[in-house]
Design a protein around this ligand. Structure first.
Ligand SMILES: NC(=O)c1ccc[n+]([C@@H]2O[C@H](COP(=O)([O-])OP(=O)(O)OC[C@H]3O[C@@H](n4cnc5c(N)ncnc54)[C@H](O)[C@@H]3O)[C@@H](O)[C@H]2O)c1
Length: 377
């Protein structure tokens, strides 16, 4: 089994972070963080080299939304790093089959009292919070439901973390697309103004504001990762973010690839394995200083905008397919250009994407082909 410290970047100061404590003065939160670091180090050491007679206590992570596309990869990553993994998911869009066998599964909603009790009592080292209503169109149709799951669900989580007094670190999955809206010229920097156009993106921004508040006022540790368009095995072809999954399905069924408008709209396509690794680094690396809204937020993408037409052509090549690309009318309200600047994640987390688009698309296509043939669940 690989160990938690194997491939971790050396501790470093996060670029662009703001310190509220003058040099040389130790605040209470600094002391708490130092203690927590020692505890975590001991826990990691306890994983190494212990005999059966003295079983180690594994560090514990809770992955909310762990039966979903990205959450299941995050759960796999933490298991691989030697963590005890627990998963909370209400299976509203996730699948029981995505839950790794070694993980403990709780089929409950993040809005429930049972969930709050679990967080209070189990005192997790890390909570990777991915459970979300994440369909932009559904958020427009029913903003109350969107806010209930996304905003109130996260408040339920943060209040339970606060009550647990366990020093839990929360890694929240925000969005690097819809959050910035259409007013900036990409690549979007974390500090750019945010003008979200959908209730979904408004809920993500609201949650980030709450997390900054919990950091400043209650001293809680929460990092927001703003993902680009994540793609890879297990993605469900729902929502705009699912274009790679949709195209894979169409190629396998020998149907044309439908592109809306001129197909030149760009997105930042990032492979799910890179995103899972970013989540783990954010959960175990040095905690950025608390500060204003963006102080503990990181864009996680490739820094490159790729057009939908390009994705279609690259997938055709990866699949060796010649299904036609057909054009349909432009969809109103669709963002034209969206990709992120990832310099802060490189400097502050020591993270950089490792899987090229060609490689990631080929792996993804192969997975969908295997699933169709029944080779994977
Ligand atoms: N897919 C992307 O490109 C992308 C981009 C930016 C951000 N994100 C964020 O990443 C996270 C995961 O997205 P995904 O693509 O894996 O989607 P997904 O739908 O596969 O995963 C979301 C999971 O949350 C679960 N869930 C929903 N409501 C819940 C509730 N009330 N209680 C418990 N579980 C609940 C679902 O059952 C599902 O398993 C989301 O927060 C999403 O907003 C995704």
């Amino acid at each position: 089994m690989s160990q938690a410290s194997d491939s971790r970047p050396p501790p470093r100061t996060v670029a662009g972070s703001e310190s509220s404590t003058p040099r040389g003065i130790c605040s209470l939160s600094m002391i708490k963080r130092a203690r927590l670091k020692v505890t975590r180090q001991k826990e990691r050491e306890s994983i190494r080299g212990k005999g059966k007679e003295n079983r180690p206590t594994l560090p514990k992570v809770l992955v909310t939304g762990g039966a979903g596309f990205i959450g299941s990869h995050v759960a796999d990553y933490f298991l691989d790093k030697g963590y005890e993994v627990q998963i909370v998911d209400d299976l509203s869009t996730g699948k029981r089959g995505n839950v790794p066998k070694k993980a403990q599964f709780h089929e409950i909603s993040v809005t429930s009292n049972e969930f709050a009790q679990l967080v209070r009592e189990r005192k997790f080292d890390v909570i990777a919070h991915l459970a979300s209503q994440m369909d932009v169109r559904k958020s427009v149709a029913d903003p109350v439901n969107d806010a209930t799951i996304n905003i109130l669900g996260t408040l339920n989580l943060m209040e339970a973390v606060r009550a647990s007094r366990a020093g839990t670190r929360v890694v929240f999955t925000s969005t690097g697309g819809a959050l910035y809206g259409d007013f900036n010229k990409p690549p979007n920097l974390e500090t750019y103004p945010k003008d979200p156009e959908s209730p979904y993106a408004i809920s993500k921004l609201s949650i980030e504001l709450y997390l900054a508040y919990y950091g400043r006022v209650h001293g809680l540790d929460a990092i927001a990762l703003r993902f680009g368009n994540v793609y890879g095995p297990r993605q469900d072809p729902h929502g705009e973010a699912g274009v790679v999954a949709i195209f894979c399905g169409r190629i396998l069924n020998n149907r044309p690839l439908t592109v809306f408008g001129d197909g030149l709209q760009t997105r930042d396509y990032v492979y799910v394995g890179d995103v899972a690794r970013a989540t783990w680094i954010a959960a175990t690396g040095p905690m950025p200083e608390k500060g204003r809204l963006d102080a503990r937020a990181f864009n996680i993408g490739t820094g490159v905008g790729t057009s939908v037409v390009d994705i279609a052509r690259k997938l055709q090549r990866a699949a060796g397919s010649d299904v036609p690309v057909e054009f349909a009318p432009h969809r109103p309200g669709e963002q034209q250009e969206s990709f992120v600047n990832i310099d802060k994640a490189k400097a502050g987390l020591g993270w950089t994407p490792e899987v090229s688009l060609e490689e990631g698309l080929a792996t993804t296509y192969q997975w969908f082909a295997q699933r169709m043939s029944g080779a994977v669940a």
